[in-house]
Design a binder for this molecule. Structure first.
Ligand SMILES: NC(=O)c1ccc[n+]([C@@H]2O[C@H](COP(=O)([O-])OP(=O)(O)OC[C@H]3O[C@@H](n4cnc5c(N)ncnc54)[C@H](OP(=O)(O)O)[C@@H]3O)[C@@H](O)[C@H]2O)c1
Length: 313
């Protein structure tokens, strides 16, 4: 057991209730490893999920993904990618309590970190990439299609664009603010500015129509434009408009849905291989010391972080 520091939500609420406290990190049992965290990946879920925490879940440990160095290994234990030694650089996802100095986690959720990824990049690879892969799964997108991505400049958006490029032959029109049009272009998408008149701008760019829509934003505009442009509601997927999915009969994917969770677990190794090959890159905008989680979360909650953010213990 070691005493570490980590961010928790002691009561239900967003980032305003988060506190940096002392936490006890147990020694690893069989099938577990302890990771000294070098970077904690940051995702909107970090501040959204604790708002709905039930009393038995408190205090909620914050952070779903990390990269770091193996500090201790349970007896007879290998990690998801194979044998492991003290000092190895690894990625772990999905974990509970990544905003911390160290964590003990099931070894099945730990993978060797590709050497070409920095710790902040590695810590931010899997949640966004597995979400994007899950969206591709439910829409069944294939070569020859023209698709619309809402929030193409965001973390999930740029991962989607890169995974389309890997499939090949997909034309992706991606919404972003004017200042992020180049980000969409950089990852192979065709940028279009969101806001009033979006449906007409997309129609002008793709008179032949779009056959699937990927909502990584969750605004009414994103859902309405998708409904107006895509004939088959089964080929509209959202990750951020839960209520609209139920009301409008479009697809929803989320880590809490068992089918999504199982699929996301199954693609982690493949996504790491893509990152190792340089096919999937993680644009990191900024890093913050672990102590400055509130400042980092403020930037994330602005909705325009400009790339991934990481906390460095
Ligand atoms: N269900 C799931 O499993 C799951 C998984 C991951 C994420 N999510 C959710 O998906 C959303 C995106 O996550 P992320 O990590 O990609 O976030 P992110 O990196 O912060 O990206 C946010 C994106 O939204 C765009 N945006 C901001 N305000 C907008 C507006 N008013 N209209 C249209 N677009 C707007 C941004 O564009 P500009 O910066 O160019 O303005 C950017 O492309 C979040 O709501 C998150 O909670 C859900």
């Amino acid at each position: 057991m070691s005493t570490e520091r980590g961010w928790v939500a002691p009561r239900p609420g967003g980032s305003e209730v988060f506190e940096l406290v002392e936490i006890e990190v147990p020694d690893p049992a069989v099938g577990e490893v302890t990771i000294e965290i070098r970077a904690a990946g940051m995702n909107p879920a970090d501040y959204k999920h604790p708002r709905g925490a039930k009393p038995e879940q408190l205090p909620v440990r914050i952070g779903y993904e990390v990269a770091g160095v193996i500090r201790a290994i349970g007896p007879d234990t290998t990690i998801a990618s194979g044998p492991v030694s003290i000092g190895d650089e690894v990625i772990a996802f999905r974990v509970s309590g990544g905003y911390a100095t160290a964590i003990t986690v099931p070894a099945k959720d730990v993978f060797a970190k590709p050497e070409n990824l920095t710790f902040p990049e590695a810590a931010n690879l899997l949640l966004a990439a597995a979400t994007a892969a899950d969206m591709i799964r439910v829409t069944g997108v294939h070569p020859g299609e023209t698709v619309l991505v809402h929030g193409a400049s965001g973390a999930v958006g740029v991962s989607l664009l890169q995974q389309f490029r890997e499939i090949g032959g997909i034309r992706a029109i991606g919404t972003a603010s004017a200042s992020n049009a180049d980000v969409v272009r950089q990852f192979g998408g065709e940028p279009v500015e969101y806001g009033s008149g979006l449906a007409d701008r997309v129609r002008a760019m793709a008179p032949e129509g779009v056959s699937a829509a990927f909502d990584c934003v969750g605004t009414d505009e994103a859902v309405e434009v998708s409904l107006a442009l895509v004939e088959d509601r089964d080929r509209i997927v959202t990750i951020a408009a839960q209520h609209r999915a139920a009301d409008d009969g479009i697809r929803l994917v989320a880590g809490a849905i068992p089918e999504s969770a199982a699929f996301r677990d199954s693609v982690r190794g493949r996504l790491i291989d893509l990152a190792a090959a340089g096919t999937l890159v993680v644009p990191v905008a900024r890093t913050f010391p672990l102590t400055q989680a509130h400042e980092a979360l403020d930037l994330l909650e602005s909705g325009h972080p400009g790339g991934k953010l990481a906390l460095i213990p």
